[in-house]
Design a protein around this ligand. Sequence first.
Ligand code: HEM
Length: 435
Amino acid sequence: MTFNTGQSCSISGVLANWKVLLGLLIIIITTSIRSYIRLSHVPGPLFQSISSLGFLKTHLDGSPHSEILKWTQRPLIKVGPNSVITSDVKTVQRISGVKSPYSKGGWYRPFRFIKERDHSFSMVHEPSHTAFRSKIAAGFRGSAEMEQAAFGFLDEGYDFYGFLKWNKEFFSVAATSAVLPTLARAAQLWPFRGALPKATDPAGLGKFIRHSEEVVGARYKEGPDGRRDLVGMFMKMGVTKDGAVNQTVLYLTSNPRAYKILLSELDKAKADGLLSSPVQSSEARQLPYLQAVVREGLRIYPGGTPLAFKEVPIGGDMVAGYRLPAGTQVGMDVWGALRNTQFWGEDADLFRPERWLNLAEARFSSMVECLDLQFGYGRYQCLGRPLVFMKMNKTLPELLSRYEFAIVDPVHPADIKNAGFYLMNGFNVVVTVRA
Ligand code: HEM
């Protein structure tokens, strides 16, 4: 008797479980169909229409760039049920323009790396962002002191505070979780937020924060002293990434012809007394082949490829010829723009600095505009952009005219992963002092 009752209970239990499972399945199927229908008219792989998992996986592998380049050559592609990316420069300019009704999307959230404290990049509240940006912008304007600040890590010769190591690890995690806004939100909640850097950490950004707080605190105690460095400017008004230089050296060492032309330009400029030591960026800007190398280096491997999703405003919008409903996340497809064969020509995948030389003004401007897509545009444009060019203009001539570089392992020269920025490891070179 007891046995029979037990058996009938377990059968009803099984039935109840089946009902739950069936209910869940119906919810998943209806949500997937609704997700699919929402952006079914936008081109992109079918799986991306119903889930962001495929795109998330490319980020976990550090290879969203190679995946996207397979689908690209289109002005708009779908990368998730509610997300698209565009390589159309004019569209990005319109979306990021000063008067645009678009706003920053959930993608930015995981970049808030200090608990409850936003920095300009992670700040999604538009009026606060505009006010904060205008305060810090002055600190980013070029000056001799800023040129010096850019070389702090090089002067020391090692990664003090373990900041560069932290930087690499953080960007991998942040750029990956940014693909799934729910994941991004969870990262800011207990218990995960405990992992965010704090001033008491022995290394990484935490230690860097402590040092910055000490320096700024001491400077406030001293009172304004008119020093024209970054701290001084931020006090008055309110990091650098090395990938671009490394990748350009990699491409130069693999292209002996371009490497030779650049060296003869640098040697001649030195012999003619046109370059001081260290080289000033104003001097470097007068060397046409060096400028072509800097731009081609940033084109073939952009310094950064943040998707920087913005949200379509109420009422929806026409983007690159497609109607997008309100709330759709529109990101930048920097890879697609910089390797587009229709724009750059059939040799878009080749490192060829000559493509930047002897151009009509209109063509040159549109190439520069396309190259600049990697820095964003308008009210969000990267404040470190001048610093990036300054650094390339100073570092490349210094390194290349003093030393000769040869790749240790030409079969596998380096590990390059993408985490919004390219992270390069194991780029081993034989360095010889030039005669
Ligand atoms: C090649 C290297 C770099 C690339 C490709 C790059 C690209 C970008 C992009 C795409 C954005 C966001 C645009 C948007 O939200 O739509 C951004 C924002 C920003 N970048 Fe960079 N960046 C680079 C290096 C730097 C450096 C070296 C610094 C600092 C010294 C810097 C400081 C900033 C700041 C402060 C913002 C936030 C601007 C704002 O919120 O308005 N960046 N960057």
